[in-house]
Structures are given as structure tokens and as C-alpha cells.
Design a binder for this molecule. Structure first.
Ligand code: SF4
Ligand code: SF4
Length: 324
């Protein structure tokens, strides 16, 4: 099988069986011939290959809008080092790794036919930062204008939705306790006996994941900047146009739906936007992820080899687990 290395970005698949790079066409032809030992079928290979979005999607919109550079909300919230490396190197992904995303897109497409609000409206906002003209791009799954203001819904198709659980709380501080080296520990009072009457257990409903909360908050900024356009396009009016009444993530699994409320925090969203853009716009290669909650990204990263080569040592969870 032959591949070319002169392009950058996603140039083909990594074969499920041989782990060798193959072009999309080679993979499809192989699936059509029966692909022994491979779980893929031709229609899935075709669907995945044909739904790959241009890596320059946000930049193309930026150029049309007269901005120098564009970022989607998703790009802004991912690993900035990965974003940069994907623009510099060719890379390949296993079809099985992309299957989940394509599967999710199919359900999103079905839900977007609901007309009870504004489904999948692409919103943009052009502004200046660090002397550059930047375009932020985002497409919330559903935006509704309710009597109290805008309400944002985003769907996440997942096999692993968040769930509610009972958590230990320190009665004195009203803070959630964690498992420390010396057992249950309050961030203020330190370790406490697990049977102590100073601890109660309360039910904590399922919580939206932090990057999903951040995404909805970026969408709120985009809506704020596009109120006039939305009012005109969808024939909306009234005082509610100037307000927000909340948001939610609906986690959709095969077993059911888990809805999680999202608190909107405009100041935090603005600060996040500036912090992320500073890293993305910097000439320096962004650093590796060091936030433990985000290390999972390295396990699915298509440019991990490049990342590790440049870092000159392993990254992601194994890096953290190596004893000193
Ligand atoms: S169909 Fe399967 S075995 Fe054939 S090239 Fe694609 S991934 Fe490899
Ligand atoms: S391996 Fe991890 S730190 Fe490196 S680019 Fe990928 S996601 Fe980012």
C-alpha cells in the first residue's frame, strides 16, 4: 500500500489490522474486498471519510470575514499543542477511533430537524487580540429564546455519560471531601475518620464535564455578539433578547439521556477565551497537558508521537505514573 507524506493534516487512516498508514481510497477498496480480520464495513469507512471536516474550516470563515485567523470553540477547548502539531505534520487516525465521532454526528443530524428553537446556527465573532484580527466560530446544537432569555442546549453522544452519586461532605465547612493518603480528607480540616459524625453524605446530581461547560459558555458569548442577526433572521423581539436564562448538556447514551445544567459565567468565559487564544497565537509550541483531568486527551491524540519526540519523553498518563 502506498501513501504520500507531502501533505499535512489528516491524510488517511491507520489500518486496524496492520497499523500501517493507508489512504481513504485504499481503505474503502479493502473494505469492499471483505477486509479479513477487520471490524469495518465499506459504508462506515465511506461515512467516516466523507464527514472529515476541513482542518481549515475556521480559518476559511475567518478569511471570508476579513479576519487573519479563525478558531472554532472546539479548537479553542482542545489541547493547543495538538492543534499546532496537526497543522504542521501529516497524521493518520484509526477508523475505529473516528467511528464514535461519526456515529455522534448522525444522531446530531437527526436531532437538528427539531424546529422548536434555532438548531445548528453557526455564529461568528470578530475581534482584535494581541494585534491580530481573530474570528471565533461556534455552532450550538439548539438555542431557544425563552421568556427569561436565551437558553442553550448542546448534545453529547457518549457511551459514558456522567452520573449522580453520594459524596462525603465535611459538616463544618460544607465542602466535598476527597480520598487522601490518610483516608477521607476535607480541604480545610484535613483527614477525618470516615465514620465520624462530622461527615454527612449527600446526593450530588450528575455534573457536566468542565470542557462542555466551557463550550456552552463560549456559545453564550457568541449569541450575545449575534443578537441583532438572530433577531432579524428568526423574527424575534422583546426584552428577553438581552438576557440569558441558562444552558444544559444532554448526554445521550444508548441507555438513556442524562441532562446536566450549565451555569453561565460571562466573566469566566471571557477570561478563558483570552487565556486560550494567547497560547494558540503564541509563536512558541504550546506546552504538553499537565492538568490531570485533561490527560485522557493524550490517549486519543493522533500526533502523540510528534509531541513526545519534541518533548523528548513520554506524555499523558504514563508520564505521570513513572515513579521518581
Ligand atoms: S478496511 Fe480495515 S483492514 Fe482494510 S485497510 Fe481499512 S482498516 Fe485496514
Ligand atoms: S499527546 Fe497530549 S499533550 Fe501532546 S499534543 Fe497530544 S493531547 Fe496534547
Amino acid at each position: 500500500m502506498t501513501t504520500t507524506n507531502t501533505q499535512i493534516g489528516l491524510v488517511g487512516f491507520l489500518c486496524e489490522v496492520t497499523e500501517e498508514p493507508v489512504t481513504f481510497q485504499e481503505c474503502l477498496a479493502c473494505a469492499q474486498r471483505g477486509a479479513p480480520g477487520c471490524p469495518m464495513v465499506p459504508a462506515i469507512i465511506h461515512d467516516i471519510a466523507s464527514s472529515v471536516r476541513s482542518p481549515e474550516y475556521a480559518n476559511e470563515l475567518a478569511i471570508k470575514a476579513g479576519a487573519e485567523v479563525g478558531f472554532s470553540a472546539t479548537e479553542l477547548l482542545g489541547c493547543p499543542r495538538q492543534y499546532r502539531l496537526k497543522k504542521q505534520h501529516p497524521y493518520w487516525e484509526k477508523p475505529s477511533g473516528m467511528y464514535r465521532m461519526t456515529f455522534g454526528s448522525g444522531y446530531h443530524a437527526a436531532l437538528s430537524t427539531y424546529q422548536g428553537g434555532i438548531p445548528e446556527q453557526t455564529l461568528t465573532w470578530k475581534f482584535k487580540l494581541l494585534g491580530m484580527s481573530v474570528l471565533l466560530v461556534g455552532t450550538p446544537d439548539l438555542v431557544e429564546l425563552r421568556p427569561g432569555g436565551w437558553y442553550i442546549t448542546d448534545y453529547k453522544v457518549t457511551g459514558n455519560p456522567p452520573f449522580g452519586r453520594k459524596v462525603p461532605i465535611c459538616n463544618a465547612c460544607d465542602l466535598e471531601m476527597y480520598k487522601g493518603d490518610d483516608g477521607l480528607t476535607c480541604p480545610n480540616c484535613g483527614p477525618l475518620n470516615a465514620r465520624s459524625s462530622a461527615i454527612s453524605r449527600v446526593y450530588r446530581p450528575a455534573q457536566a464535564r468542565s470542557s462542555h461547560v466551557e463550550q456552552v459558555n463560549l456559545y453564550a458569548l457568541l449569541i450575545e455578539k449575534n443578537v441583532a442577526m438572530l433577531a432579524k433572521k428568526y423574527n424575534l423581539s422583546g426584552l428577553a433578547l438581552e438576557k440569558f436564562c441558562g444552558g444544559q448538556i444532554a448526554y445521550l447514551s444508548q441507555k438513556g439521556v442524562v441532562r446536566c445544567d450549565v451555569q453561565l459565567d460571562r466573566a469566566a468565559a471571557s477570561a478563558l477565551l483570552k487565556t486560550r487564544l494567547r497560547v494558540l497565537l503564541s509563536e512558541d509550541l504550546p506546552p504538553i497537558i499537565d492538568d490531570t483531568d485533561e490527560l485522557w486527551r493524550c490517549d486519543y491524540c493522533a500526533v502523540r508521537t510528534h509531541c513526545e519526540q519534541l518533548h523528548a519523553s513520554p506524555v499523558g498518563k504514563p508520564d505521570k505514573e513513572i515513579p521518581e
